[in-house]
Design a protein around this ligand. Structure first.
Ligand SMILES: Cc1ncc(COP(=O)(O)O)c(C=O)c1O
Length: 341
């Protein structure tokens, strides 16, 4: 009721209006969360916990916050999990995904763009089919935001998850878009914030910063550097294989395999040289398991273990791309020499 509280409320409302205008949705459809992970958990638990036992169709290349959450709640609540594999390029074919949908399906989950290989998925066709069959559908939009046009008046998904730190905002803030007053079991009870959908004092600075960075960074501008990197990489290491290069990808991501090298070793050597790259998924770094995305694409484990992922930001230029390739060439030669190959 007091002035300070009203100020915080106004800041939150303004941020909500700005984000909903950006997404072309009603502001009442937005629930702020602590990030993409919470948004995905909220949608999956919220939807599955009140559905009669049925089938849950999920792509096999989802982020762990979707895959593990779906696995967990399916097992707990007696749903049947159906994973749809991608083709060799990392695309979930709309016909494969839609063929898995039937009258027992209680939820479908698919990411807009993959976080490891950057490949863009046919979300429009899949969402349209789910709508036709009245199947609630979650689109993980975390990697698409800021990299692809995001007009949710055109993409009629029930749930879309978002994360601020992928577009230059703060870590620990995100949102779940909930459409058509989709029925969702409440995730966090208590103070009744976010229209009773997510109790807990809101992260006002994080949310305000989220709205402030919308549209500021144009990741399309990273494409020239990413493409230059890949050309230079292939020129200098012709045996390298780049994943998803023949299909539509977001502009800033490159994932590739360096034959006969261990990805983790390359990562550590590059780290010593000042480069921050990932092997497998950055979100689950520290794990020695080969990337589940590459595995689902049919990439042999040995090849997957030799893979690296590079994400370019707007601060990078051709010089950085060239320096990274030069360093990779140097490290590979050194490691080969050391192992007597
Ligand atoms: C596709 C995708 N979904 C969800 C997440 C989780 O988002 P957050 O880090 O905000 O929890 C990530 C994080 O990298 C992601 O890439």
């Amino acid at each position: 009721m007091h002035w300070a509280g009203r100020q915080a409320r106004r800041a939150l409302d303004d941020a909500r209006d700005k984000l909903s205008a950006y997404l072309n949705i009603e502001s009442s459809s937005l629930v702020f969360t602590s990030g993409g992970t919470e948004a995905n958990n909220m949608a999956i638990f919220g939807c599955l916990s009140h559905s009669k036992p049925g089938k849950v169709v999920v792509s096999a290349i989802e982020h762990p916050s979707v895959l593990q959450t779906a696995e967990y709640w399916c097992e707990k609540l007696g749903h049947q999990l159906c994973l749809v594999s991608p083709d060799v390029n990392g695309v979930i074919l709309a016909e494969d995904f839609c063929a898995a949908l039937d009258e027992d399906t209680v939820m479908a989950c698919l990411m807009w763009a993959n976080n490891e290989i950057g490949v863009i998925q046919p979300v429009e066709t899949i969402v349209a089919t789910c709508r036709e069959y009245h199947i609630p559908v979650l689109i993980d939009g975390v990697q698409a935001m800021g990299k692809l046009p995001m007009d949710l008046a055109q993409l009629d998904a029930d749930f879309v998850s978002l994360s601020a730190h992928k577009i230059g905002g703060m870590k620990g803030v995100g949102a779940l878009v909930i459409r058509r007053k989709a029925s969702l079991e409440t995730w966090a009870l208590g103070g009744g914030q976010e229209r009773g959908r997510r109790s807990g004092t809101e992260n006002v600075p994080g949310v305000v910063a989220f709205a402030a960075v919308l549209g500021v960074l144009n990741y399309q501008d990273t494409q020239a550097v990413r493409d230059a990197f890949e050309c230079y990489l292939l020129e200098n290491m012709p045996d390298v294989k780049i994943y998803g290069r023949d299909v539509e990808r977001v502009a800033n991501t490159s994932m590739f395999t360096v034959p006969d090298m261990d990805g983790e070793t390359l990562l550590m050597q590059l780290d010593l040289a000042g480069f921050a790259v990932a092997s497998g998924s950055a979100c689950s770094s520290g794990k020695r398991e080969p990337s589940h995305v590459l595995r689902a694409m049919g990439v042999p484990d040995r090849e997957a273990r030799s893979s690296l992922r590079v994400s370019f930001g707007l601060e990078h230029d051709d010089g950085d791309a060239k320096a990274l390739v030069d360093e990779l060439v140097r490290i590979r030669a050194l490691l080969k020499k050391m192992s007597g190959r």
